[in-house]
Write a protein that binds this ligand. Structure first.
Ligand code: HEC
Ligand SMILES: [Cu+2]
Length: 359
């Protein structure tokens, strides 16, 4: 009775665990719901292995239970039963069957291992995107279109995307579960990887290699759009943003040039050129992004300004350990560098950045 009671006690724990694990399916971070050919092939190999494993488990369990019942000690039975040693027929059977099962799993696995490693870097039909992992954000450079963005990877559906994976610092791993498996970004080398989205949609991505304090917050979004919409997006990214109108935004632009341009590239409203440093994310057409810093969602129209303010008030509170200097003085912050801005200047910057989009 005791034993049963302690087993019952585990049930609430199991229930909680089930809830926590289903949490893994939130925001489409699942390999079980493929949205492109790469993920589909990979899932088919997962299912094949699973079926073979369940089959082996079932057969072994059936034999086990049968033997347990059939050869149990019966009343009145004494002494040790007859001992049997070595049976060629049985040994051949249990060597050959696993061998065949391994071959069944190996055929698609080996086939897809080579197929999914194909290098599309020279394919004129593939979109060439250089991905750079940074602590703790993602940079996307459209190599032929000469466009750079961050956190939101906009791609055309139905087209192969050739990713050139690089890292600016430590090892990261580029992972969009619904589109396909992960691949590392290694410092000092370029890893090729390709994915394709069948249909327009938003697919969530994550860094899958522990890379520092805010690793778990190193998220990005893949926004697959129709090829026409993609062309429009490319054109809009190349079209200069209109000059700020409100006095506050004009003030913000000045502060930005003074304090932020060294690290962030953006459109210059006078020269109509993209200018600025590459230390931080490129902020061209920033108001069109689906998030601030990859994790604060811009779902409602008011969110962008609120999120920008949250970020600029204390970036360390949003992403601990990130490398942006504190815009304001934050007493006791682990980021020592501060740009010494006041609230009014922060509001001006928010106004300016929130206006960075095509009208
Ligand atoms: C020393 C370089 C540096 C300076 C100066 C700097 N930043 Fe940053 N900034 C960064 C880095 C690095 C990140 C990426 C942080 C992360 O996500 O891990 C960042 C992120 C951001 C983001 C979020 C970007 C995104 O993709 O959503 C915004 C907005 C931003 N900075 C605005 C500013 C503003 C405004 C200023 C000037 C007051 C400024 N930054 C000054 C380095 C800098
Ligand atoms: Cu990372």
């Amino acid at each position: 009775m005791r034993r049963w009671q302690s087993a019952w006690r585990l049930i609430p724990l199991m229930a909680v665990l089930a809830f926590v694990l289903t949490g893994c399916g939130l925001e489409n971070l699942t390999a079980l719901d493929p949205k492109g050919p790469v993920a589909e092939k990979q899932l088919s190999v997962i299912y094949l292995s699973l079926i073979v494993m369940i089959g082996v488990f079932a057969v072994v369990m059936i034999i086990y239970v049968y033997v347990l019942v059939r050869f149990r000690k019966r009343p009145g039975q004494t002494g040790i039963p007859k001992q049997v040693e070595g049976n060629h027929k049985l040994e051949i059977i249990w060597t050959v069957i696993p061998f065949i099962l391994l071959i069944v799993i190996a055929i698609p696995t080996v086939k897809y291992t080579f197929e999914l490693d194909k290098d599309y870097s020279k394919d004129p039909n593939a979109l060439q995107v250089k991905v750079t992992g940074h602590q703790f954000w993602w940079e996307f450079e459209y190599m032929n279109e000469k466009i750079t963005t961050a956190q939101d990877l906009v791609i055309p559906s139905g087209r192969t995307i050739a990713f050139h994976l690089e890292s600016a610092d430590v090892i990261h791993s580029f992972w969009v579960p619904t589109l396909g498996g992960k691949k590392d970004t290694n410092p000092g080398m370029t890893n090729m990887h390709y994915l394709k989205a069948d249909k327009p949609g938003t697919y969530y991505g994550k860094c899958a290699e522990l890379c520092g304090e805010s690793h778990a917050l190193m998220d990005f979004k893949v926004k697959a759009v129709t090829p026409e919409e993609f062309d429009r997006w490319i054109t809009s990214m190349k079209t200069p943003t209109s000059a700020p109108v409100s006095a506050q935004a004009v003030e913000g632009e000045k502060i930005f040039k003074d304090k932020c341009l060294a690290c962030h590239a953006i459109y210059n409203s006078t020269s109509k050129q993209v200018e600025g440093g590459k230390v931080g994310p490129n902020l061209v057409d920033y108001a069109d992004r689906s998030t601030v810093a990859g994790i604060l969602f811009n779902r409602e129209p008011a969110d962008l300004k609120n999120n920008l303010k949250t970020w600029l008030d204390d970036p360390q509170a949003v992403k601990p350990g990130n490398l942006m200097p504190n815009p304001k003085n934050v007493p006791g912050s682990k980021m020592e560098q501060s740009l010494d801005l006041n609230d009014q200047q922060i509001n001006a910057l928010v106004e300016y950045l929130a206006g960075q989009k095509q009208k």
